[in-house]
Design a protein around this ligand. Structure first.
Ligand SMILES: CSC[C@@H](O)[C@@H](O)C(=O)COP(=O)(O)O
Length: 360
């Protein structure tokens, strides 16, 4: 099967009404194999999120929304149990709870037609994600355009992890402005942090950009600071898994170090954040956002393709322990601005509170 691109209108999750299931892309196989898999039962949904077949904050949320909704049409359906099972799959991305809460609200509002109401909500969250990511792209591309107007040459953008269409339903968050820049004919080149240990940059962002025909270069996670010192980065754009109400941006581990280097080198550092990623209950992201710790095996070994297929290779001293922190928090003072579907706002409590007032 030909792999889709962002420009062919590809989506990462599609509902199939005939089987009451969803089809996702198994992201653990990318970039080596493009394979869609079907999620039918609640357990399939939980496993897909926990094992990172689907990942990226917005996509985690929408997948969970469908998992909860579809679980209601099974024998012995129990919405509360399904909610808790899905919520327990990953701790950091707030989109997970946000989407589950929306579906629960729909169920509570229409108990007699709970399945239909929940499914309609999941479908509307999916459509909303597409629209919001596209709008984030339109707001973000103005920032790239400013740089281009000043410099009149290819704009070098550094990104971390994967916040492209694979992390959402379509378009992505951090990559959406880059795709929009390409559509406008603005020359861009993307520095892609490999993003150990799961290599979402080297595996997923690089694949997406290559499919879309966007110039990019994979770099080791520790390279960004050097490039910034040498004037080889014009701006950084990253995504977020949870942004606190005061503008602290939690994102894939290593983001904070890039923000520090950007600050030291006077390079703008933007986070592309749909409002569904803002945790309004937390006003100190550094202290309050739960940071996922995953299996140390992900640090001790690396996955790759050989004649046998995809396998993991141990790359370290076998007898050493390892720690696997999944995310870190960039304090608001290091974030130049936050790109949302409602516009570009300052990373502080006041600006975010006024953004909140505009939310439906
Ligand atoms: C639009 S996605 C933003 C973030 O979710 C992304 O940068 C990220 O950190 C994803 O982490 P992952 O562990 O792959 O789910």
């Amino acid at each position: 099967m030909t792999a889709p691109t962002v420009h062919s209108g590809a989506t990462t999750l599609d509902y199939d009404p005939s089987s009451q299931s969803v089809w996702i892309i198994d992201q653990t196989l990318l970039p080596h194999h493009y394979q869609r898999v079907q999620l039918l039962e609640l357990e399939d949904f939980c496993l897909a999120i926990a094992s990172m077949q689907v990942r990226g904050a917005p996509l985690i949320g929408i997948t969970a929304a469908f998992g909860l909704a579809l679980s209601l049409n099974r024998p012995q359906a129990n919405a509360e149990q399904a909610y808790q099972a899905l919520l327990a799959t990953r701790p950091t991305a707030i989109n997970l709870q946000w989407a589950l809460d929306k579906v629960m609200q729909a169920i509570t509002a229409q108990p007699a037609t709970a399945f239909a109401a929940a499914l309609a909500m999941a479908q509307s969250l999916r459509e909303q994600d597409i629209a919001h990511c596209s709008t984030i792209g339109e707001h973000g591309v103005a920032l790239i355009q400013q740089q281009y107007q000043q410099k009149q040459r290819c704009i070098n953008i550094l990104t971390h992890c994967n916040a492209g269409w694979l992390a959402t339903i379509q378009w992505g968050t951090a990559l959406a402005p880059i795709y929009k820049a390409q559509q406008l004919g603005i020359p861009v080149h993307v520095w892609v942090d490999e993003t150990r240990p799961r290599n979402q940059g080297a595996h997923l962002t690089a694949w997406e950009l290559q499919q879309a025909g966007i110039a990019h270069t994979i770099i080791c996670d520790n390279t960004g600071g050097h490039l910034m010192q040498q004037g080889m980065v014009d701006m950084c754009i990253v995504g977020s898994d949870r942004t606190s109400a005061n503008g602290d941006v939690c994102n894939k581990i290593g983001t904070y170090l890039k923000a520090l280097a950007a600050h030291d080198n006077h390079i703008p550092f933007y986070a592309a954040v749909p409002s569904s990623t803002i945790d309004w209950q937390i006003d100190d992201g550094v202290q309050q956002i739960p940071i996922e710790q995953r299996d140390s095996a992900e640090v001790l070994s690396i996955s790759g393709l050989d004649e046998q297929g995809i396998s993991r290779t141990v790359t370290v001293n076998r007898h050493s322990p390892a720690a696997n922190y999944g995310f870190d928090v960039t304090p608001a003072r290091l974030v130049s601005a936050i790109i949302t579907e409602l516009g570009v706002v300052q990373a502080n409590s006041k600006a975010l509170a006024s953004l909140r007032e505009q939310l439906p």
